[in-house]
Design a protein around this ligand. Sequence first.
Ligand code: URA
Length: 197
Amino acid sequence: MIQDEGLASRAAVLEEIAAEVRQCTLCDLHRGRTHAVPGEGPPDARVMFIGEGPGREEDEQGRPFVGPAGRYLNALLQRAGLVREEVFITNIVKCRPPGNREPTPTEVEACRSYLDGQIACLRPHIICLLGRPATATLLDPSATMGKIHGSPISKDGFTYIPMYHPAAALHNQRLAPVLTEDFTRLGLLLRRLLAEE
Ligand code: URA
């Protein structure tokens, strides 16, 4: 019962953040949006995925990772023994950058409190950082994906795993087996953490 109340209040906090995101005018990205994309997933998600920013289809639907990179992410989740409905998926910026360009530091900074709020609310076992911008924002601005992808890194009480962005593997087939292996390792780590709970 107490656990249920905790979950309900976490769900309420996540919905509050989402409502704020949908009204947000803190940076210029709001001018071009069809829909803001706060992120989605259950309040008891053990794993969180953080991408770069919504693309065209995400902007149209108001949901994260629903375009080609999202379909690929769904397949990768299976490699980790996960299904989309049990993980929380969001981005470092919640509105689509024009032409899918990388978000600017000002845009990332303006959006930061929403992301921090989501992380603090969920307190996930593992936070997967999809791509260099998410890795630079949450872990290390000078990180090189080729060097740090796939390995867990502890920081501020959280376990982060930087990974190549699924869209990168759609453009460069050589990254596909790397992502597959990293998601397989994610599944192993998660099962180990759950066994220790
Ligand atoms: N790429 C991202 O980084 N995020 C999305 O939501 C979709 C594609």
